[in-house]
Write a protein that binds this ligand. Structure first.
Ligand SMILES: N[C@@H](CCC[C@H](N)C(=O)O)C(=O)O
Length: 289
């Protein structure tokens, strides 16, 4: 099957975007995996499919597949690219677009300078909803909140990670590090991603607090490995830092691929993420059956 695609990136988190507004392509998990493959396919951290309005008051549906082919609930950087995509192609002329993902409706607004702000909705701390299994674990109080100690192996000498656990519609485990450049993101991230306490696996964030309004962040993403930026990861890291008493309500997060600004007023307030989104190139490719 020959398909048209658009390659996009938001802060270096890169995407293959597919237009399914006039009909489904019917791709299977192995085909999403192939499209995301950097050697045999186009190459991307996620594949995003743009579908027509699923209900009155909602402009589009947006479906996300990780590079491993698995469908997931949210993608913050992808959401910014999504709004850029539908506006650039004339699929809408609205500046603020409402889009349904697997488990929520997001509101996205493109500013004159091309930066996009996403209302990501409120963070979720209820552990079964993350989901996180805390049976038999005690939380470690820190600031006004707590972290959880995860053993990263079965023997007594196994290393551990102290993580703050929350959902931004998708699961996140955020650990504080002194220096993101020295953090063992691949080794520890892979262990946290598949830790048995996270039944749906988890995105593992490594957060360096620079000061009360500046952070540095690296994220080992579920189903994609380390990416140059993770939008929901930045939201989760800032929310965790605010609850741990480390940040003010607005934080600039420096990722390896760009700068994201995250704002959260606490409680049930929505998390707002602002950052770049850009088209890289367009093409056509024959996808193996
Ligand atoms: N890159 C994303 C997150 C994509 C999904 C994530 N890997 C998951 O499995 O939940 C972002 O910008 O938020």
């Amino acid at each position: 099957m020959r398909i048209r695609f658009t390659k996009m990136q938001g802060a270096g988190n890169d995407f293959v975007v597919l237009d399914e507004t006039r009909g489904r392509l019917g791709l299977q998990p192995a085909q999403y995996r192939w499209l995301a493959d950097r050697h045999f396919g186009v190459g991307a951290d996620q594949v995003l499919s743009v579908r027509p309005s699923p209900a009155p008051g909602i402009d589009f549906e947006y479906v996300i597949h990780n590079a491993d082919g698995g469908e997931v609930e949210q993608c913050g950087n992808g959401a910014r690219c999504f709004v850029r995509y539908v506006r650039e192609r004339g699929l809408t002329d609205k500046r603020t677009v409402r889009v349904r993902t697997m488990n929520t409706v997001l509101e996205l607004t493109e500013a004159d300078d091309g930066r996009v702000t996403v209302d990501m909705g409120p963070p979720v701390f209820d552990l079964p909803q993350v989901p996180f299994d805390d049976a038999g674990l005690s939380p470690h109080p820190q600031g006004g909140w707590h972290t959880w100690r995860l053993a990263l192996g079965t023997d007594a000498a196994a290393p551990h990670a102290d993580v703050a656990v929350l959902s931004m519609g998708n699961p996140h485990a955020v650990q504080l590090v002194a220096d993101v450049d020295a953090a063992p993101v691949a080794a520890v991230g892979a262990l946290v991603e598949r830790h048995p306490r996270f039944p749906k696996r988890v995105n593992a964030g490594f957060l360096q607090v620079v000061d009360r309004s500046h952070a540095r962040l690296r994220v080992w993403e579920r189903g994609a490995g380390e990416t140059l930026a993770c939008g929901t990861g930045a939201c989760a890291a800032v929310v965790a830092g605010i609850r741990l008493g480390l940040f003010d309500p607005r934080v600039d997060v420096q990722t390896r691929g760009g700068l994201l600004t995250i704002a959260w007023d606490g409680g049930d307030a929505p998390v707002r993420m602002t950052g770049p989104a850009a088209t890289v190139f367009e093409g056509e490719i024959e996808v193996p059956q």
